[in-house]
Structures are given as structure tokens and as C-alpha cells.
Design a protein around this ligand. Structure first.
Ligand code: GLA
Length: 470
């Protein structure tokens, strides 16, 4: 797995009809040769929510919806990209592109990708070439299907190709995951990894620190159906703060656990994430660790002053070290304190569910996969606090309509659910959810043209690639 190369460049037969976006690009830039098309898919996560940044695995697959960038390399270091989805034009020089656009601007995802390779020294800013192009997407936006990471990946691959640079896909995924944090969310590494390395008909079990992938076969005669709750979960608005808060809560949970471990056993380990407390390192079972966590997190939610007291470091040091965000700001202290215990419970039980789901998929045990998805959803709601009324209604209706498992997917706070459905009942499932959720519960009639963006079965697809047109 470790020798996949990014960007994967595929030469297109010169006699084949070019992609529509490439035709548009050629008209716009009056170019009838050398053009590229970067394609990066979105993803749906079957299970393993909010585990990635904790160093525990996830189990997503890349979907058959993507962001495309048709481009030509620039002669200089200009990056110029026009959105065909009406988000306008963004243009910057690679050398000067480090300061972000306004919070929430889509151009920040393009800048993030460029910045990642510069900071790692993969591309030298003094000699870098930009690219000029147009982009369009078929991934519903703010829906938890990773349209923003797909844009980061597509832009990253375009930048690599414009500079004739190839690199290991795992390294590339790591760089893009880190650099996407530049856009203000402390995300983990799932979305960029699966967008880059997805594989047709396979889910990907992704492990982190270091990044590793394993292909897991999907179930025969069953499909994963995505249903959009139509509650926008924009990573740039309030969902961003709620997401970052959970990242901070998990860091604090790890801090408390580390202190408890030293206090109880004298064992001092280098552990900044919950996933670092594995039995090999600690010499303890997860059951022992859970008992310790229960004691040290007693009374949760905990104000930072109580946490400081329990771990024996100052409030200022905690704020500086554990509440700092990658964009240079510090997370604002929540008045009611940090929910360390519930977050801990979600993360460690979710990590186990990922392993169990991989086993259940491998032996083709549909019922077990569905049950694990349902348990995951309950934990996302009760322990992680990332569901909402609409997602509850939608998962309930999906189960009533025959889904074997139904859960929110992605960061939560709105967005989509993923539903495991037997292929033979697919059309009745879609019909029932359409009536019961969209028409009866939300009171909206889905435009038949848009329906496929709201309620659709997903095929597991290959990861990102670049097509070269000569
Ligand atoms: C977002 C982040 C991912 C992951 C999920 C939740 O999609 O980008 O890294 O944390 O939320 O599982």
C-alpha cells in the first residue's frame, strides 16, 4: 500500500472526447493542447466518527461524487481558479499566498493545499509554478461528505502536477490534512486520505500516527444510501467551534488520563492523544484505563481550573498548550466546562466498534454491521453531542423504512446520514424516506432534478487522480 504515488497521472486517449470542464477550460484559455483535469472524490464514513484526531481508526469509502479542477500550469507562480458553481474567482501568487482570505472563503482550501507543500519544502516557493483553471463539484456542500477536503486534494494535486512533482500518497495525505487546518478547523486525517487513496468497491480502514490503510470489502447485495438532513453543517460557521471544542475536550481527556496513570502506577508515557494509551504502552487493559478515567474525570463537565488542579499544571499552561488552535487562536473556554468523560467514552467505544465493523464486513455479517452503526449513532448523540432533531428524525425514519443500520456521518451537527440498505428494497426505501422525512417531517417537496443530491446510494470509488490531455 505504501508505494502509491500522488498525483496519479492518467494519459487520456487523444481521440477520446474530453471532459466537459476541459472543453470549457480550452475555450476560456484558448488552449488546445496540454490541459489537466484533477478529480478528487468526497467520502462517506461508515463508522469511526471523531476518532481520527484521537489516533484511532476510521472506516470510510470514497464516493462517486467529486470536485474537478481543469487547469493548465501557469508560466509564473499565479494560482487562478474560477468556480463554475458560482463561488467566483480566486487568484493569488504562490509566494504571497500565505495569509488567508476571510474565514469561510472557499479560496482558503486552495491556499491551504499550496501552503502545505511549501511549508514541507516539497515545492520550493522561489521556483514554484501556479496553475490556472476552473473547478466544479458534484458533492453536496456543508453536508458532511467532505467537499472541502476534496477541494484541498484536487488543488494539491494540481499544484504538484504543475510543478512536475510526485510523492508518496500517504505523505501527501498527511500534508494536506495538516494544511487544511489552516482553514480554521482542527480536523483529523480521514477525509484527505480517503479522497486520495479510495478504491472501487472497497471501504478503507485508516489508522493514524503513522497513517496506514487497509482495504475492506463491502457487503454484497447491500448498498449504503446517503440521506441529507438538509441542515447545513458548515465547517466554517458554528459547527466549526463545536468541532474544535471536541478536539480540545479530547486533548484534555488525554491529559487527565496521563496524570491519573502517573499517579496510580508511576508509569509516565508520551501520550497526547487518547489513542496513545494502548495496552502495549501502558501495560494496562482498556478496562483498567476506563476505571482510571472515570475517577480522574469525576464531575465532568469540568472547568479548566479543576482540570488544572487535578493534573497539577497552571490554567495558563493548559490554555496555551491544549486549547490552542492551528490558526493561532485559542479556544474560548465554555462556561459550563469541558465534557471530558463523555467524549472519552465515545472515542474509546467507537474505536472498538470500528474494529468490530471491519471484522463483521469481512465475514459478511450484515446484521452486525447495522447494529454497530446504530450503536455508533447513539454514542455520537449521547456522548459526543453531535446529533440534532433532524438527524434523529431521519435515522428513525430510515430504520422504520427498512435500513439495517442508520447513523450520522462526518462531523455531525447536521449534514447527512449513512444507511445500510438491502439492494432489493432500495427504491421503496428511497420512496418512504422521501415521503416521511422530506415531505411529512420537513415539509419540503424535493425537486426531482435535485433529488439525487439529497437522497442517493453511493458506490465506493477510486481515489483522486489527474487526467492529462495532450
Ligand atoms: C470531519 C473531519 C474529519 C473527522 C470527521 C469526524 O470530517 O474533517 O477529520 O474528524 O469530521 O469523524
Amino acid at each position: 500500500m505504501n508505494n502509491m504515488i500522488a498525483p496519479l497521472i492518467i494519459d487520456v486517449d487523444p481521440h477520446a472526447e474530453p471532459d466537459g470542464l476541459v472543453r470549457l477550460l480550452r475555450r476560456r484559455y484558448d488552449n488546445d493542447s496540454n490541459a489537466f483535469l484533477a478529480v478528487a472524490p468526497g467520502r462517506v464514513n461508515i463508522i469511526g466518527e471523531h476518532t481520527d484526531y484521537n489516533g484511532f481508526p476510521v472506516l470510510p469509502f470514497a464516493i462517486d461524487r467529486e470536485i474537478k479542477i481543469a487547469f493548465v500550469p501557469s508560466d509564473d507562480d499565479t494560482v487562478e481558479l474560477t468556480s463554475m458553481d458560482d463561488y467566483g474567482l480566486r487568484m493569488f501568487q504562490v509566494r504571497e499566498g500565505r495569509s488567508p482570505y476571510a474565514q469561510g472563503d472557499w479560496g482558503n482550501y486552495v491556499k491551504a493545499a499550496v501552503r502545505g507543500f511549501l511549508e514541507k519544502g516539497i515545492i520550493d516557493a522561489r521556483r514554484a509554478r501556479g496553475f490556472r483553471g476552473i473547478c466544479a463539484g458534484s458533492i453536496p456542500v456543508s453536508a458532511g461528505l467532505s467537499s472541502s477536503s476534496a477541494l484541498v486534494v484536487a488543488a494539491g494535486l494540481a499544484f504538484l502536477a504543475a510543478n512536475g512533482v510526485e510523492m508518496d500518497s500517504l505523505d501527501c495525505a498527511g500534508i494536506l490534512a495538516r494544511s487544511e487546518r489552516f482553514a480554521g478547523i482542527e480536523g483529523g486525517g480521514m477525509d484527505q486520505a480517503v479522497s486520495l487513496m479510495g478504491k472501487q468497491d472497497m471501504a478503507l480502514k485508516i489508522d493514524f500516527f503513522p497513517l496506514r490503510i487497509q482495504h475492506v470489502p463491502l457487503l454484497e447485495k447491500h448498498v449504503f444510501v446517503v440521506c441529507n438532513s438538509l441542515v447545513r453543517a458548515s465547517k466554517t460557521a458554528s459547527a466549526r467551534m463545536s468541532y474544535n471544542r471536541r478536539v480540545v475536550e479530547c486533548r484534555l481527556a488525554a491529559l487527565l488520563l496521563r496524570a491519573a496513570l502517573v499517579g496510580r502506577t508511576g508509569v509516565r508515557i508520551d501520550a497526547s492523544r487518547l489513542g496513545d494509551f494502548n495496552p502495549e504502552k501502558t501495560g494496562l487493559s482498556w478496562e483498567d484505563l476506563e476505571r482510571m478515567a472515570d475517577e480522574v474525570m469525576y464531575g465532568s463537565p469540568l472547568p479548566v481550573s479543576v482540570i488544572a488542579n487535578r493534573v497539577g499544571i497552571s490554567v495558563e499552561d493548559i490554555v496555551e498548550e491544549y486549547c490552542a488552535l492551528s490558526d493561532g487562536t485559542a479556544f474560548v473556554q465554555p462556561g459550563e466546562g469541558y465534557e471530558v468523560w463523555k467524549r472519552f467514552v465515545h472515542v474509546v467505544t467507537e474505536a472498538r466498534r470500528v474494529e468490530e465493523t471491519v471484522n463483521a464486513l469481512t465475514r459478511g455479517d450484515v446484521t452486525a454491521v447495522g447494529a454497530l452503526m446504530n450503536l455508533s449513532h447513539e454514542s455520537c448523540r449521547d456522548n459526543y453531542g453531535i446529533s440534532c432533531d433532524e438527524l434523529e428524525a431521519l435515522t428513525g425514519i430510515a430504520l422504520e423504512s427498512g435500513a439495517i443500520g442508520s447513523r450520522l456521518t462526518g462531523a455531525g451537527f447536521g449534514g447527512c446520514t449513512v444507511n445500510l440498505v438491502e439492494s432489493s428494497i432500495l427504491s421503496s426505501f428511497i420512496g418512504d424516506v422521501k415521503t416521511k422525512y422530506y415531505e411529512d417531517y420537513l415539509g419540503v417537496i424535493l425537486d426531482p432534478e435535485r433529488r439525487d443530491d439529497v437522497l442517493f446510494p453511493c458506490r465506493a470509488s477510486d481515489g483522486a487522480r489527474i487526467y492529462r490531455y495532450r
